[in-house]
Design a protein around this ligand. Sequence first.
Ligand SMILES: [Zn+2]
Length: 133
Amino acid sequence: MNKWVYKIQRFMMGRNGMDFLSLFLWILSFFLTFIHLFIRKNFILYMGDAFLLISIFRILSKNLTQRRKENQAFLKAVNPVTERIRTMQKQKKDPDHRYYRCPKCRQLVRVPKGRGRIEITCPKCQNIFEKKS
Ligand SMILES: [Zn+2]
C-alpha cells in the first residue's frame, strides 16, 4: 500500500471524517467563493472561509457523538427538501401516475393519473386524504 495513503488513514482513525453536513458546508463555502466573483463584498468571502473551517474542524474532530448529533439534526432539518426532490424524481420517471405524501406519516403514495378528485387511503397508516389525480 502507498505510504501516504497509510499515513492519512492512520491520521483519520477515530476522527469523524466526511459526513453530509461537512460536505454541505464545503459546497456552501465553494459556492460563496464563486458568488464573490460577481458580488465583491468581503463578508461573502469571510463567510465562505468560516464554513470551510467549520467543515474541516468537523472532519478532523474526535468528538464523534457530538458530530453525529449535529449531522442527524441537519439531516432532519433538510428532510422536507430531500423528500420533495425524491418525490419529484419518481414523478418524472412515471408520468402515468401521481405521487403524493401522506399528510400524517409522510409515506409516498402512488395513484393513477386523470381520475379527478379521489380519496386516497395511506397503505402505511390507513389515513384517508383527498387529492386531485
Ligand atoms: Zn400515512
